[in-house]
Design a protein around this ligand. Sequence first.
Ligand SMILES: [Zn+2]
Length: 71
Amino acid sequence: MKLNLQLFAVPFRRTSKTKKRMRRTHLKKEAGEFLTCPKCGAAIRPHRACAKCGYYKNEDVLHIKKAEEEK
Ligand SMILES: [Zn+2]
């Protein structure tokens, strides 16, 4: 009788908690880069207009109206 079995490499032992955790210490999301807006000082992403004051490269590109100006 011929058995048509395919043999695979099988882990000798289950990976321990410590080994698994040691491996996963490198799996983390990096914090994005942030700059401070020169106009209002809020944290902004580089190459993007400031969400608070709408300024990019000292130019008002979003024309966000402030609550104080509307009154
Ligand atoms: Zn700003």
